[in-house]
Design a protein around this ligand. Structure first.
Ligand SMILES: Nc1ncnc2c1ncn2[C@@H]1O[C@H](COP(=O)(O)OP(=O)(O)O)[C@@H](O)[C@H]1O
Ligand SMILES: [Mg+2]
Length: 461
């Protein structure tokens, strides 16, 4: 964080100061009052469940220097008309104050956080790096991340999300990237966008924002991503598992018993062996994207290969593999779900369950629009083809998975629709045996991570 006086904050945001102009914000800028700390700035946001303004006192009591708010809060504050816009202005000020920091942005429908975490662990080898915790990728999370940067920062690795057109362009306006990687165009939020071509339009705003001396890093395996090459003034570098012409590639991909990929990383500098600690073959393209980005930033082949092999999962609930003492394995992939990521998770489940039985507890995939029903059916069919012992569809919206599973007459597993996570647990917990593998996955709104936690703890009893 660059220290800013309240007078500066008021000036940058066009806000009205209530407090001591010379008081300085030296600590983190947060929107969660529980995370407010000494010297920090608490940005009060009205959310679905709570209004941050009600926690201004608590933030001040925790030591926050001031509150960024839209109405008087009774403690030192800067009053603005629009808190996200004020955060954006502050973040832009920080960026403009740090010309030595290189900004890399990353977007896609699936794998942004996993790839961002991999990329950050590579780029940290080059110098002090700021990257978001978890999925801080929207009009709140991105400026909050940027605001953590200071004069020592050399790299910012930012995750950019979009739920509609213009969102990524807006985020690029806050922190203009010089490097931009696009992972894939899939069905996440496709309902809100209106289809995959509209998703591609929006994700491509990242490469449109790059300067002529910047670099676009594109997935050659995804035609909609590769086509973005025509939309950028920047140099284009490609990665791909299946594309022989891609600049950064993988050959000889193998998965160990736990689904962790090993492969030969192929780059213009030569080959190098990589063994990921992350689970699932879908992390191979993520690793290639991270490698291509780090390579452009100047990390050598050995650093990339070592870094990828040493990198750990930094963000929770994405393909976390837990081994219970009784020999049951639980995959907690409950962070979110869309057709591509459920497919990836089912592939990993199928792989891990070799020699045992696979159970999938799947909640709904949100925001798919018109294709919701058929997408859930298709996932049911995939689950049946993965030869699971049981598919448990949680909640009404997930129930069409059962019809999809019935399309596979040869499948002998059990298909069940249950109303909620507790019922899913009841259906599964007592029949698990050593060697069984249970996948838990759903959109964020379903909150199935609690089911995963209960299953994991089940072993402790
Ligand atoms: N390249 C990929 N293709 C398909 N699914 C993926 C990919 N990378 C990650 N996933 C899965 O997608 C879900 C979200 O991963 P995450 O890295 O948080 O992506 P995002 O930040 O884009 O939501 C997880 O279930 C993860 O296992
Ligand atoms: Mg994310």
């Amino acid at each position: 964080m660059i220290p800013l006086t309240l007078a500066q904050i008021a000036q940058i945001t066009g806000g009205r100061l209530h407090g001591e102009p010379a008081a300085v914000v030296t600590g983190e800028v947060v929107i969660d009052s529980r995370r407010a700390g000494p010297g920090g700035l608490f940005a009060a946001v009205a959310g679905e469940r709570a209004d941050g303004h009600d926690f201004a006192d608590a933030a001040a009591a925790a030591g926050a220097t001031a509150v960024l708010a839209t109405r008087p809060v009774g403690v030192p504050s800067v009053l603005v008309t629009d808190v996200p816009a004020a955060l954006a202005a502050l973040a832009r000020f920080v960026i403009d104050s740090l010309p030595a920091a290189t900004i890399a942005g990353l977007t896609g429908s699936s794998g942004k956080t996993s790839t961002k975490d991999l990329a950050a662990q590579l780029i940290e080898r080059l110098g002090p790096t700021i990257a978001p915790a978890g999925s801080f990728n929207n009009e709140f999370g991105l400026p909050l991340t940027v605001l953590r940067a200071d004069a020592s920062t050399r790299y910012l690795v930012l995750e950019l999300s979009a739920r509609g057109p213009g969102h990524i362009a807006y985020l690029c306006g806050i922190a203009p990237p010089c490097y931009g990687a696009v992972l894939n165009v899939g069905h996440a939020h496709a309902g809100e966008f209106g289809g995959l071509d509209q998703v591609a339009r929006a994700k491509g705003e990242l490469v449109e924002a790059l300067p002529a001396d910047g670099t676009a890093i594109l997935n050659a395996d995804d035609p909609r991503v590769l086509a973005m090459a025509a939309r950028t003034a920047a140099k284009v570098v490609t990665f791909g598992v299946a594309s022989p012409d891609a600049c950064v590639r993988a050959a000889g991909v193998r998965l160990d018993d736990l689904g962790r990929p090993s492969f030969t990383l192929l780059t213009p500098e030569g080959p190098a062996a990589v063994t990921l600690r992350l689970h699932g073959a879908h992390n191979v393209p993520n690793a290639l994207a991270a490698a291509a980005l780090a390579r452009e930033l100047g990390l050598g082949l050995a650093g990339i290969a070592d870094g990828l092999s040493a990198a750990v999962a930094r963000s929770r609930w994405r393909m976390e593999v837990h081994h219970r003492r009784d020999g049951v394995t639980v995959i907690n992939d409950a962070y979110n779900a869309n057709p591509e990521s459920v497919q990836a998770a089912l592939a990993a489940l199928h792989h891990l369950a070799q020699g045992g039985r696979g159970f999938a507890i799947l909640g709904h995939m949100a925001e798919l629009g018109d294709t919701s029903q058929t997408s859930h059916e298709d996932i049911g069919e995939l689950a049946a083809r993965a030869d699971l012992a049981a598919l448990i569809a949680v909640g009404e919206e997930a129930a069409p998975m059962l019809a999809g599973a019935r399309r596979v007459p040869s499948w002998t597993g059990e298909a069940l629709a249950v109303p909620d996570g507790a019922a899913a647990l009841d259906a599964v917990a007592n029949q698990l045996k050593p060697g069984d593998v249970v996948l838990v996955k759903a959109s964020r709104a379903a909150h199935l991570e609690g089911v995963a936690a209960d299953l994991i703890e089940g072993a402790a009893q």
